[in-house]
Design a protein around this ligand. Structure first.
Ligand code: NAP
Ligand code: 8YV
Length: 319
């Protein structure tokens, strides 16, 4: 019998293909000269999919009757309809845990850059303005501020741990409270009103779309700093632009955008934004660890039927 057939619809970290070598026959679809013909000939043989960003829903899965696993690169899997997959008996896995510290470090860097205007100060120096005078004092400091974490999960907890030495207090809003010392707010609006930094670390997708809207931004207030390292869809980006322009909030630091890689043109020109191109986990060691977890999920599934890190929607299928 031949090796099991795994489909890779688009390019992924090179360690995924390397790690799967010898465990399966990998179809690297984007490299095929006639992808449609390959799919037509092989669709009944494909048992698993390894993906780094392809949108996958029920009808997409229906093309592949033998597929039982979708192994996704990244902890956020908002481009995959995991509930539709579960209905079809298809497991979905993601890569949780291995990127928590990296993303939390990025969030802290973004917070420092935003509050202390480090990007703007560096541009001031590079533009040769220092010889004409000092960069203006920043209005705000990190120390003694109150942070509200929207999504105290793995990464949110790593961020909460990191802000303690700055004297920043943490509170949070999840759908349900956790057994932690931080104050829980059952209402996002009340959390936003009680803090001056709102740190977004919840999953994206339909259920969290525009959770942070004009009302939440108004509650955050004129000294408020918004940091988003989650998904751009969580924030109503036009409402954010309006809030930044009218000083309804003070500033925003963003690693993610509603229509990335396209960025709202006003965010690019507003003086009170710090913008990063979705680099939360983007270091070689962390991306290699994520790739390795994709490989482990596929190989464990092929060997035993039980991948390592199924998403919550899939857990009942793995039993
Ligand atoms: P996690 O451990 O699952 O934590 C997510 C938290 O969000 C949970 O505590 C959950 O608590 C809460 N939550 C979920 N839905 C909510 C809702 N509708 N309202 C309020 N709270 C809600 O996930 P994680 O590993 O920390 O990752 C979080 C997200 O960060 C990912 O989904 C991904 O989109 C994003 N991310 C971005 C980057 C980047 O490069 N910028 C990198 C990695 C991850 P409850 O279930 O109690 O609500
Ligand atoms: C990656 C992420 O940039 O894990 C996530 O949810 O957003 C990031 O780690 C993403 O997976 C795309 O490669």
């Amino acid at each position: 019998m031949g090796l099991p057939v795994v489909l890779m619809p688009g390019p992924m970290h090179e360690a995924v293909a390397a790690g799967l070598d010898g465990h399966c026959e990998l179809i690297r679809l984007w490299e095929e000269s006639d992808p449609g013909a390959v799919l037509a000939a092989r669709r009944d043989e494909i048992v698993a999919v390894a993906t780094g960003g392809t949108a996958i829903d029920g009808p997409w899965l229906d093309q592949f009757p033998a597929v039982r696993l979708v192994a996704s690169f990244g902890v956020g899997y908002d481009r995959i309809d995991a509930a539709a997959a579960a209905e079809r008996g298809v497991l979905v896995t993601n890569t949780p845990g291995v990127l928590d510290d990296e993303v939390a470090d990025t969030a802290l860097g973004l917070l420092l850059m935003t509050i202390r205007e480090l990007g703007q100060a560096e541009r001031f120096l590079r533009d040769g303005k220092w010889t004409d005078g000092s960069y203006p004092l920043t209005r705000a400091t990190m120390h003694g501020r109150r942070m509200g974490i929207l999504g105290l999960g793995r990464i949110g907890q790593a961020i909460a741990d990191r802000v303690q030495p700055f004297g920043i207090s943490a509170a949070y809003h999840n759908r349900s409270p956790k057994d932690v010392a931080y104050q829980y707010y059952p209402s996002l609006l009340e959390l936003a009103a009680a803090v001056d930094i709102l740190m977004i670390v919840i999953p994206g997708g339909d259920s969290t779309r525009h959770l942070v809207d004009a009302e939440v931004l108004k509650a955050l207030g004129p000294d408020g700093i918004l940091i988003n390292v989650a998904r751009g869809t969580v924030v109503d980006e036009q409402a954010l632009v309006d809030a930044l322009r009218t000083n309804t909030i003070q500033a925003a630091g963003l690693d993610v955008f509603e229509h990335e890689p396209k960025v709202h043109p006003d965010l690019l020109t507003l003086p009170n934004t710090v913008l990063l191109p979705h680099v939360g986990s983007a270091t070689q060691p962390t991306r290699a660890a994520m790739a390795n977890l994709v490989v482990q999920n596929v190989t464990h599934y092929l060997e035993s039927g039980a991948p390592l890190t199924p998403v919550p929607e899939s857990t009942r299928l793995g039993q």
